[in-house]
Design a protein around this ligand. Structure first.
Ligand SMILES: [Zn+2]
Ligand SMILES: [Zn+2]
Length: 661
């Protein structure tokens, strides 16, 4: 039996095969259909190609398109097809990196700028590569051989050298991405095309049945603006045409809701080259919504026992040496020197509020202290990360820090959770979110405070609390703040990209770093605990997700223009003005459209602007003291007495009602 091995399947069943059997033959042994559908295999938890020979007893798990690993394998294989087509069309182009992303794949290439119009030509060449159905093979070589093979591509040469020098490639500066020196290099080959790659890949190019190049943009080598400018080509691929069609339709629909498009069209915000990337300018509508969210959360927090602080955005970097930000977070900060001093634009509010706590001796009787501040924060995101109002360089966070005794931690955490739930209720997004328990990764001391005991303790405490509260959550490693684990409220944007909306964190580390204490009942000086939390998140991001969720048709209470009065002709301007004044006096945000346009045009314009209520005034309305109302779902509500209609709207605002068609 020496030349037989045992293969175990996910359901626990086992079967023996010849030693050296290929993964694909095991799949075929089960069924031809399975063999056609599998893209790669996990053999003893290691992702491999289907042509991989298996030499020992193993546990096998087949990877199909509908899993994360399957998606990645397929998209990355499509990226290789793109790269091959590019080299055929542009022989002088230099390939750099071509990773998989949630939305598909891209490849960064050093080549002359390409335009959207060029994509069709590239797709045609890709189709040829697919039609040729080239076998895809994996090869292992030494560093010397690899350097020789790729000597005409300085980017690949740099990557090969990095791999062997223990220097980390890309933007990830974490310990675990360092490859051990002894590892050899693998490359993949299909036809005349070779690319440095870890794999796995589909077995032949014919598997990439259906694909589409979506857009081009520029990017910098290693994301560094001082380095070479590259062309980035985005695409997505599917195993069949129907799936691709469905996906492209979804993208088209998503685009209509995309806040980065709709938010600009509706004049919530704009950007300007001279102001800079990632620094959106909120126009009156955006500013109104942001102010409403801010006033709402400030009032709500005051009711719940928070006290405000106002602290500076500009701070000496010394403060962040204490907090550890400079050690763990520096590359995301704006740090600069002026008058011989190193200064920062603050990335977080915590250290400032801790200074307020520390300004005098505290007693156990004073705790908990709940400091809140809607504060402007800064984050030096790379330009590739920036996106509309969601990823920006300056944003406004509804931040707070609850400093409490250990015996108060659970109750305080629960209260924060209730506040967050209330906020989601008011915004009408409770069904769209899920919770994520974000843990640290202690193998990355650069990224997280190196205090395993505190980490263990805080993760266990957080888990105990959320389990007790019955919170349903997913666990994820390597997503914590650098000083502690957190419970994140996650939501997807229109394209399905996940973002953190709100967050609650337990912190055992910073009280020590800042030497924060209070005097307990026995007159001992002891450390407090801290909850960092954001209740309504970043105001700009929350606004963006509301625009997308409601496709611009905002709940009345957050809507920038709640009603517009439309005059049938100039004869009714005076009455329209009276109605407007009355509504304004009741606290409603209302406009008057007394242009000499037709009423049909005025209604259309108001609908395009997604104004909640359109109120037509003419002869009959003047006589009856009414308005004829319709809403943004194009539902005609008919004649309404002005006074009672105002009361209805005020009630709708007070109840924070969610619009329903
Ligand atoms: Zn590759
Ligand atoms: Zn904080």
């Amino acid at each position: 039996m020496a030349n037989k091995i045992k293969i175990q399947f996910p359901d626990g069943s086992k079967k023996s095969f010849d030693k050296g059997v290929k993964a694909i033959d095991i799949a075929k042994d089960i069924s031809e259909g399975l063999a056609r559908a599998v893209l790669a295999a996990e053999v003893n938890n290691k992702l491999v190609d289907m042509n991989t020979k298996i030499e020992e007893n193993s546990i096998i798990n087949f990877v199909k398109f509908n899993s994360k690993a399957g998606w990645d394998t397929f998209q990355h294989s499509a990226a290789h097809v793109l790269a091959q087509a590019i080299l055929r069309l542009y022989p002088k182009a230099k390939l750099t990196i071509g990773p998989t992303i949630e939305e598909g794949f891209y490849y960064d290439i050093d080549m002359p700028p390409i335009k959207q119009e060029d994509l069709g030509k590239i797709e045609k060449e890709m189709q040829k590569v697919v039609d040729e159905n080239l076998a895809v093979s994996r090869h292992v070589v030494s560093q010397k051989k690899a350097l020789e093979m790729f000597k005409n591509n300085k980017y690949k040469v740099e990557m090969i050298k990095d791999l062997f020098s223990n220097k980390v490639t890309g933007t990830q500066k974490t310990k675990s991405s360092v490859v051990p020196k002894s590892e050899k290099i693998t490359y993949y080959e299909q036809g005349e095309f070779k690319d440095l790659c870890r794999g796995p890949h589909v077995s032949n190019t014919g598997a990439i049945k259906s694909f589409k190049l979506l857009q081009t943009s520029s990017a910098y080598w290693r994301g560094d603006a001082k380095k070479e400018s590259l062309q980035r080509i985005y695409g997505v691929a599917f195993p069949d045409k129907k799936e691709l069609k469905k996906h492209l339709f979804m993208l088209q629909e998503a685009k209509k809701r995309d806040h980065n498009k709709l938010g600009r069209e509706l004049e919530y915000f704009t950007t300007s080259e001279v102001v800079g990337k990632g620094l959106p300018l909120l126009m009156p509508k955006g500013a109104i919504v942001k102010r409403i969210l801010q006033r709402f959360i400030e009032d709500e927090e005051e009711k719940r026992g928070y006290v405000p602080t106002i602290t500076p955005v500009l701070t000496k970097s010394d403060l962040y040496k204490i907090s550890g930000h400079l050690d763990h977070y520096r590359e995301s900060m704006f740090v600069f020197e002026t008058n011989g001093e190193e200064m920062c634009l603050r990335p977080m509010t915590c250290p400032h509020q801790f200074m307020i706590y520390k300004f005098k001796k505290r007693s156990y009787r004073e705790l908990p202290i709940r400091y809140s501040e809607v504060s402007e924060l800064f984050r030096n995101e790379t330009s590739g990360e920036l996106h509309g109002l969601i990823r920006v360089r300056q944003f406004t966070l509804s931040d707070a820090h609850i400093i409490c005794r250990p015996d108060q931690l659970e109750k305080e955490f629960e209260d924060v959770l209730h506040l967050v739930e209330y906020v989601m209720d008011c915004l009408g997004i409770k069904e769209q979110v899920w919770y994520r328990f974000s843990k640290g990764d202690l193998s990355k001391p650069d990224k997280y405070i190196d205090n395993p005991k505190a980490w263990k303790q805080s993760e266990a405490t957080l888990k105990k609390i959320i389990d007790k509260l019955g919170v349903k959550y997913v666990e994820e490693e390597d997503e914590a703040a650098f000083y502690g684990p957190k419970l994140d409220v996650q939501m997807k944007n229109v394209y399905g990209k996940e973002d953190t909306l709100f967050t609650i964190q337990i912190d055992f580390a910073l009280p020590e770093k800042f030497d924060m204490t209070y005097t307990d009942e026995k007159s001992n000086s002891v450390r407090p605990m801290i909850i960092h939390r954001a209740s309504i998140g970043c105001l700009e991001r929350t606004m963006a997700l509301l625009i997308e969720h409601y496709a611009g048709k905002m709940p009345l209470w957050v809507s920038p223009i709640q009603a517009r009065i439309l005059t049938v002709s100039e004869k009714f301007t005076k009455y329209g003005q009276e109605v407007k004044d009355k509504m304004r006096a009741a606290g409603l945000r209302v406009e008057l459209d007394d242009r000499t346009e037709s009423i049909g045009k005025k209604i259309r314009d108001a609908q395009l602007e997604k104004i909640n209520y359109m109120l037509v005034v003419g002869e009959r309305e003047v006589k009856d003291k009414t308005v004829t109302a319709r809403n943004f779902f194009n539902k005609v509500l008919g004649a309404k007495k002005v006074d009672s209609f105002i009361k209805d709207l005020v009630k709708e605002v007070d109840e924070k009602r969610i619009p329903k068609e």
